[in-house]
Write a protein that binds this ligand. Structure first.
Ligand code: GDP
Ligand code: MG
Length: 242
């Protein structure tokens, strides 16, 4: 077993809904030195949980209480015991071997390390033209409204220090989770760095994402969070004026 190269413990959170065929491949890419792996099961109807337990001894399993990837991740984050949380997908598209560069980015001073398929060295075998276009537009809108310089808004490979969970204050159910995390990380003033990442194709099965429905949820999140930022500022001003 490799020696843990960092002076911080690492929890990997894997949301999974019917990913039995993919999970053994995903777990095979995880470095030996990961301290904790938490599978958040979305009430799978295949043998996701049994296969996962078999291929990853010591696996922790959380069964989500609501529906959606966002709810799954939030419940997984709450269960995490490591200093650092890394979220990856269960379909083989995010490569566990990249975890090292995410953790290194955090240990070297970032609060929040987000994967980017568009950063130099990144890429994707999985993005359809329509999703790529939508993601670029939503990324541009976010940068305009929040003063961020993101190159890739809707990507599920993110790592952060667990101590920032309160600042992120996450509350959503669906695929808009990454957007919510990216916007709230910026609003909370966290030090954010992008990490180049190469997304591979899902190995088996089909995506649960619907570009129109979920793109719309992302757009609503981007617009709504501005209001939240303002109301927080307004509340702060009211408090100051008292
Ligand atoms: N627990 C749980 N996992 C989910 C849910 N929806 C999607 N996922 C997982 O989230 C990850 C990304 O989902 P996927 O369908 O591949 O969407 P895409 O990568 O955006 O095309 C995969 O690991 C899915 O199994 C859900 O409702 N619950
Ligand atoms: Mg996928």
């Amino acid at each position: 077993m490799d020696k843990q190269p960092f002076a911080a413990s690492v929890s990997v959170i894997v949301p999974a809904m019917n990913e039995a065929e993919n999970l053994p491949h995903v777990f095979a890419t995880l470095p030996d030195w990961i301290d904790e792996v938490i599978l958040v099961d979305g009430n799978s109807t295949d043998d996701t949980v049994a296969v996962a337990r078999e291929s990853r001894p010591g696996l922790r399993v959380v069964t989500q209480t609501r529906r959606g990837k966002g709810n799954a991740l939030i419940e997984g984050f709450q269960a995490a015991q490591g200093d650092i949380i890394v979220m990856i997908d269960a379909d083989g598209s995010t490569n566990g071997r990249e975890i090292r560069s995410f953790v290194a980015t955090l240990v070297n001073g970032a609060d929040f390390a987000k994967g980017s398929r568009y950063a130099p060295g990144g890429g994707s075998d999985d993005l359809s033209p329509i999703r790529s276009l939508g993601n670029r537009i939503l990324t541009g809108l976010t940068n305009l409204l929040y003063g961020t310089r993101y190159t890739d808004l809707c990507y599920g490979y993110i790592a952060f220090w667990t101590r920032h969970l309160d600042a992120l204050d996450l509350d959503c159910d669906g695929f808009e989770i990454e957007t919510l995390m990216n916007v709230r990380a910026a609003q909370a003033g966290l030090v954010i760095r992008e990490v180049p990442s190469h997304e591979r194709s899902r190995i088996h099965g089909e995506s649960n994402l619907n570009a129109l429905r979920d793109g719309w949820r992302v757009l609503r999140t981007i617009l709504r969070e501005r209001g939240r930022g303002r109301s927080v500022t307004a509340q702060a001003q009211v408090a100051l004026a008292k």
